[in-house]
Design a protein around this ligand. Structure first.
Ligand SMILES: NC(=O)c1ccc[n+]([C@@H]2O[C@H](COP(=O)([O-])OP(=O)(O)OC[C@H]3O[C@@H](n4cnc5c(N)ncnc54)[C@H](O)[C@@H]3O)[C@@H](O)[C@H]2O)c1
Length: 316
């Protein structure tokens, strides 16, 4: 391979157009093609990327690429990722990696040595986690997490439940931040509009006694994205929407101040993810979010869905 990764963006819908815009910006890659099956979106792609080949199907450009960024609906991920890996292509796949644990397990056999498979768990890109890294690492004993990610109906991702659409971000974040093992899951939900689970509350119990309470909704009255961690020595609150952090400890910050508040940098998550993807390929390094993380997120999704369907706590 030359010093540029030849890449195709597959899917030019709501998010794909932004991924294509990013792929056009790096010195480390060349946007060779946009693959889009719907003619109206092909037209949009042609207008924004006049010098890029626009095709219907990935097979038309398989011989011209080293890698692909998959931004199609979740129900299509497995087939596309499988085909790309079988053809020895590096893959960045938007979250979720695929629809079921069986599919994720089956992808493992195609993940040959040297191939990069990165998953788009973009919420890991918040600068907040770097700023709070030491504080979270220093937590002694069990922690309690409260995460809320709700918004009014936007009509998107209705091929999946809110669990694969929104909650998966927070299922991944709890693992990423706490680095502890989930023991069991109990979930409660409502199918309000789409015939699928639109509002879900899940309680994750961790082996060390930590608990995460996650609320995800896509037919809500408010727009909230926040994460709160409480432990025996204090509390952190992150407003993921407004990029603000507030902390409180068991002492004070001087002069009677019990709460410290500060802003954190708003970042372009897709840009960070793609930059990492091409660097991983060119430098033969593990990606920031790899196959195992993608699989673990899907295992938790499946546990939440099983709990919703059975009305019981599910061991993980
Ligand atoms: N990381 C995030 O925060 C985030 C945010 C939004 C969406 N997503 C993920 O991105 C993916 C796409 O979401 P979206 O909202 O852009 O969907 P979308 O429906 O707006 O766009 C998908 C596009 O893919 C095209 N398509 C479908 N099958 C195809 C195929 N086989 N080959 C080529 N094109 C094909 C469709 O015609 C459509 O234009 C989903 O998996 C979703 O979970 C992630």
């Amino acid at each position: 391979m030359s010093n540029k990764v030849r890449v195709a963006v597959v899917g030019y819908g709501h998010l794909g157009r932004w991924h294509a815009q990013k792929a056009d910006q790096f010195d480390t890659c060349e946007l060779v093609a946009i693959v889009e099956s719907y003619s109206a979106n092909q037209e949009k792609a042609k207008q924004a990327h006049a010098n890029t080949k626009i095709v219907n199907d990935i097979s038309e450009v398989m011989g011209e690429i080293d890698a692909a960024v998959v931004v199609t609906p979740t129900s299509t991920h497995y087939e596309l990722v499988k085909m790309l890996l079988e053809n020895n292509k590096h893959v960045f796949c938007e979250k979720p990696l695929c629809s079921t644990v069986e599919e994720a397990n089956s992808l493992k056999e195609n993940l040959k040595e040297g191939l990069v498979l990165q998953v788009g768990h973009s919420e890991r890109c918040h600068q907040a986690w770097e700023l709070l890294n030491k504080d979270i690492g220093d937590i002694k004993g069990a922690a309690t997490l409260k995460i809320e990610r709700v918004a009014a109906f936007k009509g998107r991702a209705t091929d999946v439940d809110v669990v694969q659409d929104l909650m998966i971000h927070d299922l991944d974040l709890t693992r990423f931040l706490l680095q502890r093992k989930v023991k069991s899951v109990r979930a409660y939900g409502h199918k309000i509009r789409t015939g699928k689970w639109d509002q879900v509350n899940a309680v994750l119990n961790f082996e060390d006694g930590s608990v995460a309470m996650i609320a995800s909704g896509r037919n809500h009255v408010r727009e909230v994205r926040s994460l709160e961690i409480t432990h025996d020595n204090g509390c952190f609150f992150v407003d993921l929407f407004r990029n603000k952090i507030a902390t409180a400890t068991d002492t004070d910050y001087g002069e009677g101040e019990y709460v410290k508040e500060f802003d954190y940098e708003k970042r372009d998550h897709l840009l960070i993810e793609q930059e990492n993807f091409y660097n991983s390929i060119l430098n033969n390094k593990a990606p920031m979010v790899g196959y195992e993380d993608g699989l673990k997120a899907i295992e938790l999704v499946q546990a939440v869905l099983t709990s919703l369907e059975t009305g019981k706590e599910v061991e993980v």
